[in-house]
Design a protein around this ligand. Structure first.
Ligand SMILES: [Zn+2]
Length: 350
């Protein structure tokens, strides 16, 4: 069982489920004695609007929860969004409700294709600009493991999920990476955390360069098991890397409601053993991964301090009036089933 202070900075509620979604992570928080959790919007099974509303209610009833909301693509391509619902307006609305940051999935190849414009488009640039000015935390999922672009090397589960990018309609890995680095070049103070080590575990020199140039650039350590296989293969390099850049690395699990809890518990154990101890653990390739043996202050950086430094020591409170107004304004983006779930919650809690 975990005995350290930990914030899980990267979790999801990806569908409503049958159980009461409000209590979905209580067991996890209690069993691992977590300090807090952060739930990120994920528009893969719902709209971002629906997921933002789920997150808002979750936080209202579990106030010790950070939430990162998503921008709804009202019209595609993204530059067709109406003026009162453009990315910056939606960002402002989410901040007023009490969101602690923004989560973008627009850099995932499937979503990148869907937005119909690149990540440096003016309508997104104005969002980065506002967030840079405000110091608001942005979590971005960018790219996927490079083998997803290769028929020979793509794993079966990725093929099944539809996450292979070999038919020529997806932007190449290098192109999405280039667009992301351009965001940093244009917004050098942006407080941005790129999930899953920016899928750069085979070329970590890129991260070193970005850490040196951009003071607010971080990556999270949420698996991608392939990252942990690379940590094992290049152990001495990575040991130095984690020591040197402990203030740029953030713990997270990608735990999801409703996901596979047994797998999530196993994953939590692998990642926290690797980051927080000097003990061996069986890793994603079933081989032994040795704990990094970092000093206590560096473990704290990774487990909670870096995240707190970016979003604050307490999650923001929910403003009920603003939350209610948001639900009314964007109800057109909800399905009938979503509304049947949401309306009783509005009645009861707002
Ligand atoms: Zn995620």
């Amino acid at each position: 069982m975990n005995t350290r202070k930990i914030i899980d900075s990267h979790m999801h509620i990806s569908k409503w489920g049958e159980m009461d979604f409000i209590s979905c992570f209580d067991g996890y928080i209690k069993n691992e004695k977590l300090q807090a959790i952060n739930i990120c919007a994920i528009p893969l099974r719902q709209t971002n609007v629906c997921n933002n509303i789920v997150l808002g209610f979750y936080k209202l009833l579990r106030p010790n929860t950070y939430i990162h909301g998503g921008i709804e693509l009202i019209k595609i391509p993204i530059d067709n969004m109406p003026a009162d619902m453009d990315a910056v307006t939606q960002y402002r609305e989410l901040m007023e409700i009490g969101f602690d940051g923004i989560k973008m999935l627009e850099g995932k190849p499937t979503e990148h294709k869907r937005i119909g414009k690149n990540l440096n488009h003016p309508s997104l640039n104005s969002l980065y600009k506002e967030m840079e000015k405000d110091g608001t935390h942005l979590i971005m999922h960018v790219n996927d493991p490079d083998e997803f672009w290769d028929v020979e090397r793509a794993p079966d589960w990725a093929v099944k999920a539809g996450w292979t990018y070999t038919d020529g309609t997806y932007a190449p890995y290098e192109e999405i990476q280039r667009q992301t680095i351009k965001i940093l070049q244009e917004h050098p103070s942006l407080s941005v955390t790129i999930a899953h080590l920016f899928f750069c575990s085979k070329e970590p020199k890129i991260l070193e360069e970005l850490f040196e140039q951009y003071p607010n650039f971080c990556v999270d350590l949420t698996p991608g098991g392939e990252m942990y296989v690379e940590f094992e293969k290049n152990y001495s390099y990575y040991k130095e890397f984690f020591n040197k850049y402990s203030q740029r690395l953030i713990f997270g699990t990608d735990r999801s409601y409703m996901g596979d809890e047994k797998y999530a518990d196993w994953l939590f154990n692998v990642v926290t053993t690797f980051l927080g101890t000097d003990k061996p653990v069986k890793s994603f390739d079933n081989k032994t991964l040795m704990g990094l043996g970092l000093s206590s202050d560096k473990v704290d950086d990774i487990f909670f301090a870096n995240f707190e430094n970016r979003v604050g020591k307490e999650p923001k409170p929910i403003n009920k009036e603003k939350f209610k107004a948001y639900i009314e304004k964007y109800s057109f983006a909800l399905t009938k089933e979503d509304l049947e779930r949401i309306n009783p919650l509005v009645e009861k809690y707002l």
